[in-house]
Design a protein around this ligand. Structure first.
Ligand code: UDP
Length: 361
């Protein structure tokens, strides 16, 4: 089937400017979907907070105060909005330009865009980037699921299963530009951990496993929670760890590729785990807690190991079995399941389904 060329308005997360890392995996997902949809001939405008950089694409920057990230909230937290909210400002801009577009794609895990869906003249696709976190978010997402069937995208079935309306979600997985991730056949005796340094990511368990095995651990990512990071440093003063900073993708893949495995240790239901497929693309096996999207990514014993959640001993045991993994099988899995083309087919079909339903008489 030939898919028409669409005019798409992408609205980024209001928790931080693109390029800072505050938006976590959403930043790379937005970049990758933009790149692939442009390659397919669709027209795209990207709206994001002031200071956003997404070379080579231009971004319409919007001023205003940033939103608090959803993962810092507790289940009964009410929705809060700062004064002069960038979220509200981005959606006000979208309201004014909507007639130029076929579809808006919302990349934010926030209440307002979901609530506003009924008030817009054009359809809105919501890419939900996290599992269930708060009651207020669950209920507004559910409302959209009922009123606008097919408009909710998620990254994994496991993420969808955290909601009561899992059946209404389209699982899009994710995809990477594999041409910038280089396969590394011969790793160093080094482990890697990649992600936002924040409590839901469970970095301390990876550090503990490095201490037990004596294998150096390189840590890549934005320190989002400084006191959490300081506590890890205090609790494990003699662990063989090295903080590498938050690196651009091209640099990150260079360093990551040289590691013998990526440890993925989430405390929460990780919606997907971009870092997992970035590692596979470099030929790096995964040692991951059996939680969230990771359970759908790791091919047990072939491209990594799934470990009992929160078990440092489980991580240590899996590290001892790394010689069973063929690094080439990791790269191959990325090529088959997580290329930009494979992701683009899933996302384009999702857009197509939303738009054809909408235009049906
Ligand atoms: N990342 C990066 N440079 C680094 C460390 C991490 O660009 O030094 C990016 C990584 O490529 C990934 C994101 O940070 O896209 C983390 O996303 P993930 O989906 O793993 O977790 P999230 O932060 O969304 O919970």
């Amino acid at each position: 089937m030939i898919i028409p060329k669409y005019k798409l308005l992408f609205i980024s997360t209001p928790v931080g400017a693109i390029g800072t890392g505050v938006g976590g995996g959403v930043e790379l997902t937005l970049f990758n979907i933009t790149q692939e949809m442009k390659r397919r001939g669709h027209k795209i405008e990207i709206i994001a907070p002031n200071g956003s950089v997404m070379q080579p694409f231009t971004v319409t920057e919007i001023a205003g105060e940033l939103q608090i990230p959803g993962q810092t909230q507790t289940r009964d937290s009410p929705i809060t909005m700062p004064k002069n909210s960038v979220l509200a400002n981005m959606w006000d801009y979208a309201r004014q330009v909507q007639s130029n577009y076929d579809l808006i794609v919302n990349f934010a895990y926030d209440w307002l865009p979901l609530y506003l869906t009924s008030f817009f003249q054009i359809p809105i696709a919501h890419l939900i980037s996290m599992g269930s976190l708060t009651d207020a978010m669950d209920s507004i997402i559910e409302e959209v699921a009922i009123k606008f069937p097919g408009t909710l995208g998620v990254h994994s079935q496991t993420q969808a299963a955290t909601f009561t309306f899992a059946q209404q979600c389209t699982s899009l997985l994710n995809g990477m530009d594999l041409s910038i991730y280089h396969f590394c056949h011969q790793p160093n005796q080094t482990l890697a951990w990649v992600g936002r340094i924040a409590p839901e990511k469970g970095l301390e368990d990876a550090v503990a496993s490095a201490k037990i095995t004596g294998i150096p651990l390189k840590i890549f990512g934005l320190i989002q929670d400084e006191s959490y990071w300081q506590k890890i440093c205090q609790d494990y003063p003699d662990a063989p760890i090295e903080y590498m900073g938050f690196l651009p993708t091209v640099e990150l893949q260079k360093q990551l590729g040289k590691c013998m495995a990526l440890l993925v240790t989430p405390r929460w239901v990780e919606a997907f785990g971009n870092v997992a497929i970035e590692a596979l693309a470099c030929g790096v096996p995964l040692i991951a807690y059996r939680r969230g999207g990771l359970t759908e990514i790791v091919q047990e014993g072939k491209t990594g190991f799934l470990v009992e959640p929160d078990s440092v001993q489980g991580l240590v045991d899996a590290i001892g079995r790394l010689n069973e993994i063929d690094r080439y099988a990791c790269r191959q899995q990325a090529e088959v399941e997580y290329s930009l083309e494979a992701m683009g087919d899933r996302v384009e079909q999702w857009f197509e389904d939303i738009l054809t339903k909408r235009t049906k008489p």
